[in-house]
Unconditional design. Structure first.
Length: 155
């Protein structure tokens, strides 16, 4: 749904038909935000062209004032548009591709969210460039696990 590094940020579930964009959060993690939220963030004014919000965390207590992370349940069908040319070449993809949102084992990687493309190639969400747009075609229903089931899954 959302990598553990995004749990500290306000978040919500993705909606069918929604356009999302890859965003680098202040934790350094790439995650999805709504395009409408991201465009509002981009209209923020800066002083003399310098974006001082990157310096504020060093001097002020941590507070998130950016867009909410949009969590995507595993199994959600996505349409990835205007794929980065380097990713297209490396993965043998077209400019627009269908993908399924998946989670890899939490033990194997620091990050667990990824995309599985129709050609069988899989990437971590962290490999997407900032600004990559995706559309939620059909969202999966998130599974709710008890604490015992969660412990057994990750043991």
């Amino acid at each position: 749904m959302c990598d553990y590094s995004l749990y500290a940020f306000p978040n919500r579930l993705a909606r069918d038909g929604e356009e999302l964009v890859a965003n680098r959060f202040s934790s350094g993690c790439i995650g999805f935000v709504s395009v409408s939220d991201a465009s509002e963030q981009g209209r923020r004014r800066t002083w003399l062209g310098t974006d001082w919000r990157h310096l504020k965390p060093w001097f002020l207590p941590r507070r998130h004032d950016g867009p909410a992370a949009v969590c995507v349940p595993p199994g959600t069908e996505l349409k990835v548009v205007s794929l980065d040319p380097r990713l297209r070449q490396r993965l043998g993809l077209h400019e627009t591709e269908d993908a399924t949102f998946v989670q890899v084992s939490a033990h194997a990687f620091a990050y667990r969210d990824g995309l599985l493309f129709r050609n069988g190639r899989r990437i971590l969400l962290q490999e997407l460039p900032e600004g990559q747009h995706v559309f939620v075609v059909s969202s999966a229903t998130p599974e709710i696990h008890s604490d015992r089931q969660r412990e057994e899954t990750y043991a």
